[in-house]
Design a protein around this ligand. Structure first.
Ligand code: AKG
Length: 275
C-alpha cells in the first residue's frame, strides 16, 4: 500500500474552532530577506531556518539582558516549591513579557532582520504578540512536548509567526526544536493537558530537527506542531522566543469573546505600512 503521508498517519484532531481552516501561503512581492526556497519551505513544511540573522555581539547582549530576569524568575519559582505554571526551576523556565522590562529587548524585537522576516511571512502591518525566554536546565532533562503555539491561546487569524532564537548553539543533544512538517495546513489541533504542557501529537514519525547556531533563527508558523528534546548537555540551553501577528489579531476565548492584542507595553507595532 502507498504510504498515506504525515497527515493521515499521525491522525491529529482539529480544534472545533478551526473547522474549514485553509492555509494562506506567504507570497511576498518582493521579499526583503527570505529566499524563494525559504518561503517555499515555510509554506510546505511550516518552518524555515534563517542563518546569520544576528551578530554574535547582538545575541550576547540579548542573553546578558535576559539572564538576570530568568534567574529572578527561577528563584521566585523555587520559593514556591519549584513550580509556577509551566516553569520547573530545575528543568525548564518560561520568563514572560521581557520587552515590558527591558528597552534593549524592546529594540531587539524590532531588529531589521526581524522586520524583514515578518514582512515576508506576515505582511506590512505587524505587531509583537508575545515574548518569552525559555531556558532548559541540565539538572532535570525534560521534553517540552508536541504542541502548536495556537494551541495555548486561540488567536485569530490562526496563522501567526514564532521566531525561536537560540542564545547558545543548539542541536539534538541539548534541546533544539523538532518540527512535524506539513501539519500546519490542518489549522489548530486539539490539545490535551499534561503535567509538562499541552500535547497535540503523541508521535511524529516525519519530524525534523532544527539545529541552529548563535545568530540563526528558527522561524515557524503558530500552526506548526513542534517539541524540544531534553537538554543532555552540560550547560543551560537558552532561547528567546518572539511571536508576531498581523495587526488586528485577537485571542478568541472559549465563550466566543474576542480580545484585542494591542497592549502598548508589549504588543507594539514592529511594522506599519511596511516600515
Ligand atoms: O524552547 C523550548 O524548549 C520550548 C518552547 C516552545 O516550544 C514554546 O514556547 O512554544
Amino acid at each position: 500500500m502507498d504510504d498515506p503521508g504525515p497527515l493521515e498517519r499521525t491522525a491529529p484532531r482539529r480544534h472545533p474552532q478551526s473547522e474549514g481552516f485553509e492555509w494562506r501561503p506567504a507570497r511576498p512581492e518582493p521579499a526583503r530577506r527570505l529566499s524563494p526556497a525559504a518561503i517555499d519551505g515555510f509554506n510546505r513544511d511550516g518552518f524555515c531556518v534563517v542563518r546569520g540573522a544576528f551578530t554574535p555581539a547582538e545575541i550576547a547582549a540579548v542573553a546578558a539582558e535576559i539572564d538576570p530576569m530568568e534567574a529572578a524568575h527561577a528563584e521566585f519559582a523555587r520559593a514556591r516549591g519549584g513550580r509556577v505554571r509551566l516553569t520547573d526551576a530545575e528543568a525548564i523556565t518560561f520568563t514572560l513579557h521581557l520587552v515590558k522590562r527591558s528597552p534593549v529587548l524592546r529594540a531587539f524585537a524590532a531588529h531589521p532582520a526581524i522586520k524583514d522576516i515578518v514582512h515576508d511571512l506576515i505582511g506590512p502591518d505587524v505587531r509583537l504578540y508575545w515574548d518569552q525566554a525559555v531556558y532548559k536546565k541540565t539538572e532535570k532533562p525534560q521534553d517540552f512536548p508536541w504542541h502548536q503555539d495556537n494551541g495555548y491561546s486561540f488567536v485569530e487569524p490562526q496563522q501567526y509567526l514564532t521566531l525561536w532564537i537560540p542564545l547558545v548553539d543548539v542541536d539534538e543533544a541539548n534541546g533544539c526544536p523538532w518540527i512535524a512538517p506539513g501539519l500546519h495546513r490542518l489549522g489548530t489541533l486539539e490539545h490535551r493537558p499534561t503535567d509538562i504542557g499541552l500535547v497535540c501529537l503523541d508521535a511524529a514519525p516525519d519530524a525534523v530537527a532544527a539545529p541552529a547556531r548563535i545568530g540563526d533563527v528558527v522561524v515557524f508558523s503558530s500552526l506548526a506542531p513542534h517539541r524540544t528534546g531534553p537538554n543532555l548537555g552540560d550547560a543551560v540551553r537558552k532561547a528567546y522566543i518572539l511571536q508576531y501577528a498581523p495587526d488586528g489579531a485577537v485571542v478568541v476565548l472559549p465563550d466566543g469573546q474576542r480580545l484585542p492584542q494591542t497592549d502598548p507595553d508589549r504588543q507594539f507595532f514592529v511594522l506599519q505600512g511596511g516600515r
